[in-house]
Design a protein around this ligand. Structure first.
Ligand SMILES: Nc1ncnc2c1ncn2[C@@H]1O[C@H](C(=O)NS(=O)(=O)C[C@H]2[C@@H](O)[C@H](n3ccc(=O)[nH]c3=O)O[C@@H]2CO)[C@@H](O)[C@H]1O
Length: 124
């Protein structure tokens, strides 16, 4: 129940691992966080920052999301990220990923009475 309630945290938050050069990070984490069930999720970004930092992005000015909704926000500072992208050779159920270690500003969509990130829109 926890993970369903907190889909954004499951899919995108990993404060424990600082940006490492571990080529296996994506292969392990995409599986560990349940993004390789039924289909290999093609693209996913993990954010290596404390929860407070990520939640605070929702307090930034509103910008338009990729889907046209007005509830996106861009982080003021660049954040430590690992971007996972499925490799060409990757075939379900053996999902294989390439990891890119980046420090970029993120754009998230926020929702809720407690206004928190619910969707990772992009990094810039
Ligand atoms: N404004 C909104 N307000 C509220 N909710 C909104 C809003 N917009 C969507 N949702 C919802 O979010 C849910 C969702 O899963 N959207 S998703 O586009 O597929 C997520 C992308 C992202 O996970 C990932 N990606 C992508 C790029 C990157 O750099 N890093 C990276 O990780 O790839 C995915 C596909 O691109 C869906 O339920 C939709 O309804």
């Amino acid at each position: 129940r926890f993970w369903r309630l907190h889909k954004f945290q499951r899919q995108h938050m990993d404060p424990e691992h600082l940006t490492t050069n571990n080529t296996q990070y994506c292969n392990l984490m995409m599986k560990a966080r349940n993004m390789t069930k039924g289909i290999c999720k093609p693209v996913n970004t993990f954010i290596h920052e404390p929860k407070e930092i990520v939640d605070a992005v929702c307090q930034e000015a509103n910008i338009t999301c990729k889907n046209g909704q007005p509830n996106c926000h861009q982080s003021s500072l660049p954040l430590n990220l690992t971007h996972c992208r499925q490799t060409g050779a990757s075939k379900y159920p053996n999902c294989q990923y390439r990891a890119s270690y980046l420090t970029k500003q993120i754009i998230v969509a926020c929702e809720g009475k407690v206004y928190v990130p619910v969707h990772f829109d992009a990094y810039v």
